[in-house]
Design a protein around this ligand. Sequence first.
Ligand code: GTP
Ligand code: MG
Length: 316
Amino acid sequence: MAKEKGIKEIEDLPGIGPTTAEKLRAAGFDTLDRIATAVPADLSELSGMSLEAAKKAVDAAKQATTLEFSTASEIYEQRKALGKISTGASSLNEILGGGVETNGITEVYGKFASGKTQLGFQLTVNAQLPVNKGGLGGSVLFIDTEGTFRPERIEAIASAAGMDPKAALDNVLVIRAANSDQQILAVERADKTIKERNIKLIVVDSLMSLFRAEYPGRGALGERQQKLNAHIHKLQSLADVHGLAVYITNQVMDNPAILFGDPTTPVGGNIVAHAATTRLYMRKSKEEKRIVRLVDSPSMPEAEAVIKITPNGIRD
Ligand code: GTP
Ligand code: MG
């Protein structure tokens, strides 16, 4: 996007002084393009500027950037080239339009034992399969923030998929992040490894647990959301640049504002909600059965699939 009108940096926008600019940069809003496409409420939440000022800044950023257009056919061709990782269950693949898509972030939220980690293990195995078998023929970067990565499960799921379990384990790079700084750094420094090891899937299990533990209370929320936003933007940019898929799991809370229906809400606020390309809500049914609801997707309607967690992995 070309810039005009003498507005070149985010500080040149109305209402954005050096302090606000610093906060916005820390949160990943470091270019006019980023501000132009931002939701004003997010900018306000992240920098402390008023909502009114944030709206003005976004408008000014929009005017200062010019867009290059693509035809819908060009975009269609690009979309057809996106990869899909099979989830192991055809019903779930179907509601996703084929599987977990590359170049985007797929988030699964749900209560404990709903199966978020197990689905992550299945995707970790399936991403290694050749494209004609529902994979991407690549390796996996697994960021474990809860200490729940289990190589035994990878071994079992890979064997069931007809793969050499040792090779399947060798294709998974695991980082046990002990704090949110390690989690952030694992992603910040991933570029080189992604190229060298042909990483096609990044799993973050779970996105919010360390952030929640380290930034308790309202006072720390602004700083937490800034760091989180930058972290998620980096994940999205890795997905775009390297054509890989990002799978994140998320915790839930009961939203007291929801009086009727299911109050289960993913944590992380607007920042996470806006950043996830596709959102799935997973909940327990009878025994090994799980219900997966597609809550948000740019191309598929809201729908539900029933899957099973079996010793061999995720199945219909
Ligand atoms: P939290 O991380 O606690 O929020 O939960 P989660 O959503 O990640 O749940 P997870 O994916 O760990 O799912 C746990 C469930 O998977 C358990 O209730 C088990 O029923 C099931 N499970 C775990 N391991 C196995 C296994 O080896 N075989 C079978 N059949 N089921 C398993
Ligand atoms: Mg888990």
